[in-house]
Write a protein that binds this ligand. Structure first.
Ligand code: PBG
Length: 347
């Protein structure tokens, strides 16, 4: 960053006119510092049991839960559009949720069946699977409970089993989103011991205890399980930015290949901070509540859906994100394709 004294050397109005470079579309295109490409996109998808099932999510208009057969079609379309990866989240039937989250490492669970069905298609798209216990615990916490505390080390043992199970099913990337201490190192060792050296780890390294996850918890059905409880003893406080640097540093030292900051838009300062501090791909997650806000305002006619979505995604890139998780990925990919055909930029 140049100091304000440098302004003197760079000149000033009326010799300098910042608007000159903005005078035409080609010039604005020429000088644009950041851009959004379809390759930057990761599409989170909800998977449910059954066949030919597509269930809408009330707080996220345009987002559905898919049974595996329909999921395969959706992912095929995403691959054809050039989306880099999908991130899968299971809607786990209430009757298989337990205190010990045993279903998380059942090789025949919903998510493993989905991964195997997708892998059979040999699509050019990455499959990312969440590692956390909240879909599988009756209390909706990401780890196991011992009385009223979330037991860190006992949870890590189960997370290792879950990650192994996902790798065996064919997941390309396992993404621990649970925020237990030490889980990245333990999962890396468990994977390597089982000769899954090639399975990448995307750590949700700086994951905040956020109210913006509300619609997601409805979507996967963990909201009732969680009730009035919270995740404050493991997810980060929204008041802290420096702490994100320690979290990311630890996860890199434990073997993370990629890191995540989550949520997205309220935490762009953290994305910038992490991306400047470390040489590792940094992802941002435009979470369910962010999607819901834009969608709801657009549905009221108060905001332009396409323009506000594109502007917020470009904001992630400007902040230093390598890529973005967004529920709008498929729609965004088709907009990007249209604009590429017409040689125009969306902004
Ligand atoms: C659970 C998980 C959550 C999200 C992704 N994985 C919710 C939570 O931590 O309670 C939120 C994603 C979103 O809101 O879009 N481990």
């Amino acid at each position: 960053m140049k100091s304000s004294n440098d302004i003197l050397h760079l000149g000033a109005y009326p010799l300098v006119r910042m608007r000159r470079n903005r005078k035409s579309a080609w010039s604005r295109n020429l000088v644009s510092e950041n851009s959004l490409s379809v390759h930057d996109l990761v599409w989170p998808l909800f998977v449910q049991e059954g066949s030919e099932q597509c269930t809408p999510i009330a707080a996220m208009p345009g987002v559905n839960r898919w049974s595996i057969d329909l999921l395969v079609q959706q992912v095929r379309e995403a691959a054809n559009l050039g989306i880099s990866a999908v991130a899968l989240f299971p809607v786990v039937p209430a009757h298989v949720k337990t205190e010990g989250a045993e279903e998380a490492y059942n090789a025949d669970n919903l998510i493993c069946r989905a991964v195997r069905a997708l892998k059979k298609e040999s699509l050019e798209i990455g499959i990312i699977c969440d590692v956390a216990l909240d879909p599988y615990t009756i209390h909706g916490q990401d780890g196991l409970m011992d009385g009223d505390v979330i037991a860190n080390d006992a949870s890590v043992e189960v997370l290792m089993k879950q990650a192994l199970c996902l790798a065996e099913a064919g997941a390309d990337i396992v993404a621990p989103s649970d925020m237990m201490d030490g889980r990245i190192g333990s999962i890396r060792m468990a994977l390597d011991e089982a000769l899954f050296h090639e399975v990448q780890i995307l750590s949700y390294a700086a994951k905040y205890a956020s109210a913006f996850y509300g619609p997601f918890r409805e979507a996967v059905g963990s909201a009732q399980n969680l009730g009035k409880a919270n995740k404050f003893t493991y997810q980060m406080s929204p008041a802290n930015g420096e702490e994100a640097i320690r979290e990311v540093a630890l996860d890199i030292s434990e073997g993370a290949d990629l890191v995540m900051v989550k949520p997205g838009m309220p935490y762009l300062d953290v994305v910038r901070h992490v991306s400047e501090h470390f040489s590792i791909p940094v992802f941002a997650y435009q979470v369910s509540g962010e999607y819901a806000m834009l969608r709801a305002a657009a549905d009221q006619g108060w905001l332009d859906w396409k323009k506000t979505m594109m502007e917020s995604l470009l904001g992630f890139k400007r902040a230093g994100a390598t890529g973005v998780f967004t529920y709008a990925a498929k729609e965004v990919a088709s907009w990007l394709m249209d604009h590429a055909l017409h040689h125009t930029k969306l902004r």
